[in-house]
Write a protein that binds this ligand. Structure first.
Ligand code: HAM
Length: 396
């Protein structure tokens, strides 16, 4: 989480907290044709008769907030939030999952697509994941997608008997879903299906060309996947997914996202293009586990203060020293309960701190403090008044 926040905040994204539930229409407008909205939403009526839904994903709420508050553009937001989908729970698929994600609204510049896709890629790299495939596609726009869908429908109509049970009846209504189907029957039947990338209008083709060139310039290894259609309705142009090859293929998407240039309008706002991604925290952790790069929790504590003084104020020395260090911007924690020295040093080791400060009765009486390097065991006695300076020097 801290690594994700650091990475995206350095790129200008600010934290946005959105509500756990919204009026159901917010989500219906973003995905009426999708399972996430049609079948999997937890919706309910509140005491005032309002029809509400638990958030199934993060984008709609952020865009609803943008439409309501109209911050200056480009508006760049990041979030970490639980999402709820009434799915059949299985490994890597939960009814409550958590996503970290970003959304950027206000420009359709392809360079922003490059920034967003590259950030998603960097997040995986920051975690030490190496077996990740970055798949990209373009879903076109209102100018080119309708004629592509006609071509795809005609292709599927000629092969309807070869499709899986679910898609035989849905192919005409939502032909894109068939491309996404993982069942062998649909896979085989759609092998030679028309590809959206071959039907892009000139502006969409130019946009996608710039995205591919930009990712290439950054050395981000994106691979065109013409079947990639994503599970939500709002996407236009660039779409992408990060697939962990170390995970079971049915649940191997650790993240995904894309452009949604019509979403702000659909939610009652002015035309405002946007793009973002969401990454499943649980799936990222499963992928780290599978690749054996599980991140060791990074402690923010740099100094651990032991409380061993019995005379003259006792624990107040530890209280004051800890507060002084924190005020000086140094991560500091302390021992409580006046345990034995041995047990406090054990706590200091567990805290992940590099240094321990000991103020016992002798130090308290002399106006000194003992500073111990927890990695080497070296220690020195320093003047109490100069403690912060000594700590700074040792940490640097
Ligand atoms: P999504 O692909 O539905 O996209 O979800 C994003 C990620 O959340 C998935 O790649 C997966 O890692 C994780 N995820 C989804 N459902 C589950 C589940 N049931 N259990 C565990 N993990 C899950 C979105 O939600 C879009 N809002 C992403 C986006 C942001 N597009 C543009 N901006």
């Amino acid at each position: 989480m801290a690594r994700f926040a650091g990475r995206v905040e350095r790129a200008g994204y600010g934290l946005v907290l959105s509500p756990l539930f919204e009026e159901v229409g917010v989500f219906e407008r973003v995905g009426e044709g999708t399972d996430v909205v049609r079948k999997e939403m937890y919706d309910f009526e509140d005491k005032g008769g309002r029809h509400l839904a638990l958030r199934p994903e993060g984008t709609a709420s952020v865009v609803r907030g943008y439409v309501q508050h109209r911050p200056p553009v480009p508006f760049k937001a990041w979030y970490v939030a639980p999402n709820f989908r009434y799915e059949r729970p299985q490994a890597g698929r939960f009814r409550q999952h958590h996503q970290v994600g970003i959304e950027a609204l206000g420009t359709d510049d392809a360079d922003l697509d490059v920034e967003v896709v590259a950030l998603a890629w960097s997040v995986c790299r920051d975690l030490g994941l190496t077996r990740i495939d970055l798949l990209v596609n373009s879903l076109g726009d209102d100018a080119c997608r309708p004629s592509y869908l006609d071509a795809l429908r005609a292709y599927l109509a000629a092969r309807v008997d070869e499709l899986c049970d679910e898609h035989r009846s849905r192919a005409a209504d939502n032909p894109l879903r068939v491309l996404d189907c993982k069942r062998p029957a649909c896979r085989a039947a759609t092998d030679g299906a028309p590809r959206m990338v071959d039907h892009l209008c000139e502006p969409c083709a130019a946009h996608f060309g710039r995205v591919i060139a930009g990712l290439d310039a950054l050395g981000v290894p994106a691979r065109l996947e013409p079947r990639l259609v994503r599970g939500l309705d709002y996407y236009t142009r660039t779409t992408f997914e990060l697939a962990a090859s170390a995970l079971d293929s049915a649940q191997n998407a650790v993240g995904g996202g894309g452009r949604y240039d019509k979403l702000a309008e659909a939610l009652g706002g002015p035309p405002t293009p946007g793009i973002g991604f969401g990454m499943g925290i649980e799936r990222l952790l499963l992928a780290c586990d599978a690749e054996d790069v599980f991140p060791v929790p990074e402690g923010a504590v740099e100094v651990f203060v032991l409380d061993t003084a019995r005379e003259g104020g006792g624990g107040s020395h530890a209280t004051v020293v800890t507060a002084e260090l924190r005020e000086a911007g140094i991560g500091a924690d302390r021992a409580f309960d006046r345990r034995s020295m041995k047990s406090q040093f054990k706590q200091a080791d567990r805290s992940g701190a590099r240094l321990a400060v000991v103020i016992g009765d002798r130090e308290a009486a002399e106006g000194t403090a003992t500073l111990r390097d927890l990695r080497t065991g070296d220690q020195e006695v320093v003047a109490r008044a100069d403690l912060v300076g000594h700590v700074r020097k040792q940490l640097s």
